[in-house]
Design a protein around this ligand. Structure first.
Ligand SMILES: [Mg+2]
Length: 240
């Protein structure tokens, strides 16, 4: 690591967080959202029910995602487009796409925060400005933790996905601090660590699975298993 945790913490004024697989496990919440959306569509659209079981539905969505990299910064637009096309293909009213998306997004935001994550954000928020940087359509306000953050940067508003430098330049602008005084925390070696480091931000890699670091061109400044290790690493544990 390039820094001791103490020397790193001394210069930090803002901490930004990835959401999926950093503050909660992503796969279970997406699986549940897909299941609820599928059931909702089956009840309202006989043509859909005949053509798509859950596996076929999830598979079709995966293929649409892979076929449209130009929209990976905007999961909401991508999914709404998928739903409109799917409904039309099945002979269903495409006006159902709006309420169907609402079914999905409500379930997609019913996340289960990692143990200690909320307390960690509260504690860190007393010393640092806190921000969110996300590629997905999770909404911290809808989840009920929006009040813990000073700002949110979504790739949908920037128009590029992580790890594009435009995303992290937008973060630096919103943080209103030099890049080297911002610590970005995330699970993805490329989208989080590489992207943030490329604009000069400090980085913390959330490595819950004890993976091996395989990107020799850049190293995270900190490595942790879960975000609840951050207060101790940054010397704020025990503050009231
Ligand atoms: Mg993530």
């Amino acid at each position: 690591m390039a820094h001791t945790a103490d020397s790193l913490a001394a210069g930090i004024g803002c901490i930004t967080f990835d959401l999926d697989d950093t503050l909660w496990a992503c796969a279970p919440v997406i699986e549940q959202a897909e299941r609820l959306l599928h059931g909702w569509l089956v009840r309202r659209c006989p043509g859909f029910a005949r053509r798509y079981d859950l596996d076929a539905f999830v598979g079709a969505r995966g293929r649409q995602w892979q076929a449209n990299p130009q929209w990976h910064h905007d999961m909401t637009a991508l999914r709404k487009d998928f739903l409109r096309q799917l409904l039309a293909e099945c002979g269903c009213d495409d006006a159902l796409a709006g309420p169907a998306f609402e079914v999905f997004v409500e379930a997609r935001n019913a996340v289960c925060l990692h143990r200690g994550a909320e307390t960690t954000l509260q504690r860190l928020g007393r010393r640092f400005r806190l921000g969110v940087v996300t590629n997905g359509n999770a909404d911290v306000h809808r989840i009920g933790i929006g009040h813990l953050f000073d700002f949110v940067v979504t790739t949908a508003e920037v128009g590029r996905p992580k790890p594009d430098a435009m995303v992290y330049r937008a973060v630096v602008e919103r943080a209103a601090l030099p890049a080297e005084r911002i610590l970005h925390v995330g699970d993805d070696p490329v989208r989080d660590v590489q992207g943030a480091a490329a604009v000069g931000m400090k980085t913390a890699w959330v490595n819950a699975q004890d993976r091996v670091w395989t990107h020799p061109e850049v190293r995270p400044d900190l490595e942790l298993h879960a975000v609840d290790e951050l207060p101790a690493l940054l010397g704020v544990e025990g503050e009231t």
